[in-house]
Design a protein around this ligand. Structure first.
Ligand code: CAA
Length: 398
């Protein structure tokens, strides 16, 4: 076991992401088929939006079970015992009072003597959790933190946002002496109250002013990048990659394009090539809201074999409403050993394709709301955690 209290390691590697993993449900819709059903040219979805498939969450996979499924493979006994904090970021909360993180805490058999909470700020929630976790491990370098991003993106059938739905969770262990990505303390943050995307308490689907949301995203990225340049935090020749929050891949591409002309063609070409690897998984999964930036990080690391320890990257987190943060990290030596490329590809390739009618049925399937007992069928036998049903307004998991 590594000695987390080693001053030597802390000086050389800092604080950051030690391990990370993602989970997405085992069924999807093909967007060419969805385009045909909606009488839309498939190229609009494939090129104009930049997505190929969209994960569909069955009724027994909610943000709790997906989050626990993403985190389970990261936890051995030593890691479990060292955890002092669990933060779950989500826009798709299941309870107005009790934190979804507490259900996850129980499912993962985590120690009682730790802080457990849920954070909400649309797609920025997990980044807020990551920043809290970094502060936690800086002040408790002998402990670790677990950050989970888990969401089900729902806009409604036959709406402009439908093609940008998805479902999934990312889990990250944050520590001193990380193995994957050491995160630098210098970041650029911005907050503005906007109505670009929101979901009132009474609604199971999100509302968006789509074009306006794109404008706010791009304006906040541009401002963050300019401020980071002025502060000396970013210099293109030193950046191996720039990652984006990816609600759909075209959005990140538009963000990237704002950098064209602000750097040499070589530097832009490098960022553009790496961007393609960062969207590979997201194009198959869809928007997972607060986990999307970190799904992009996993996708890049698992699809680009040219990355090396010491490579520095920018990460742009955007949560509608709106909160933005641009931060930076350096790959650690040994980061390759923490990746699970084969497992993740098998998970994506092993999914079942739903026809549009089946997807609509799953979309409309609901949980009882009157306190009666409901027993759910298990949909994914490879996933250790799932919702078994409800009874007396309580969710029951296994
Ligand atoms: N071939 C190729 N491209 C085509 C095409 C075809 N046959 N037909 C249309 N297109 C292109 C359009 O030219 C357009 O491209 P540009 O964006 O480059 O102009 C693109 O496809 C989209 O088409 P529309 O302009 O007709 O847009 P739409 O009405 O279908 O809505 C959307 C698109 C606004 C993204 C909508 O899906 C939406 O509201 N999504 C939800 C909101 C969202 O994700 N916003 C992102 C920023 S907010 C955020 O990031 C937080 C979050 O996670 C929600």
């Amino acid at each position: 076991m590594r000695n987390l209290e080693s001053e030597e390691h802390r000086e050389t590697r800092g604080f950051g992401i030690d391990k990370l993993n993602f989970y997405t449900p085992n069924q999807y819709v093909d967007l060419v088929e969805l385009a045909r059903a909606r009488c839309v040219d498939p190229d609009k979805y494939l090129i104009g939006i930049g997505q190929e498939r969209m994960a569909v969450a069955p009724v027994d996979q909610d943000i709790v079970s997906m989050g626990a499924n993403a985190a389970e493979p990261l936890l051995d006994d030593v890691t479990r015992a060292s955890l002092g904090l669990l933060v779950l970021g989500t826009e798709s909360g299941i309870d107005q009072s009790k934190a979804a993180a507490l259900f996850v805490h129980q499912l993962l058999a985590l120690p009682e003597g730790m802080r457990v909470m849920e954070i909400k700020e649309a797609c920025y929630g997990a980044t807020a959790g990551l920043m809290v976790a970094l502060d936690f491990v800086r002040s408790h370098p002998d402990r670790r933190a677990l950050v989970i991003a888990s969401d089900i993106a729902r806009y409604g059938l036959d709406t402009p946002g439908e093609v940008t739905q998805g479902a999934g969770a990312v889990a990250m262990i944050v520590s001193a002496d990380p193995t994957v990505l050491a995160i630098e303390p210098g970041t650029v943050v911005a907050s503005r109250s906007t109505y670009d995307f929101w979901r009132p308490n009474y609604s199971t689907v999100a509302f968006a002013q789509g074009k306006y949301s794109e404008e706010v995203y791009l304006a906040m990225f541009r401002d963050a990048w300019n401020r980071a340049s002025q502060m000396g935090l970013t210099c293109p020749e030193g950046l191996a990659a720039q990652l984006f929050h990816i609600p759909f891949s075209k959005m990140g591409r538009k963000g990237l394009r704002t950098l064209q002309g602000m750097m040499t063609d070589d530097d832009y070409g490098r960022l553009a090539n790496r961007f393609e690897d960062s969207i590979r998984y997201g194009r198959q999964v869809g928007n997972i809201y607060t986990g999307s930036l970190y799904l992009g990080l996993i996708s890049l690391l698992e699809n680009d074999s040219s990355l090396r320890p010491g490579d520095r990257m920018g990460l742009f987190s955007y949560g509608s409403g709106s909160e933005a943060e641009l931060f930076f990290g350096k790959l650690c030596s040994g980061f390759q050993s923490e990746l699970n490329s084969a497992g993740h590809r098998a998970m994506l390739e092993g999914r079942t394709k739903l026809c549009v009618e089946e997807y609509e049925r799953v979309f409309n399937a609901g949980l009882v709301q009157d306190g009666s007992r409901q027993v759910l069928e298990r949909s994914d036998f490879d996933a250790p955690h799932y919702l078994t049903g409800l009874d007396r307004h309580q969710r029951l998991y296994r």
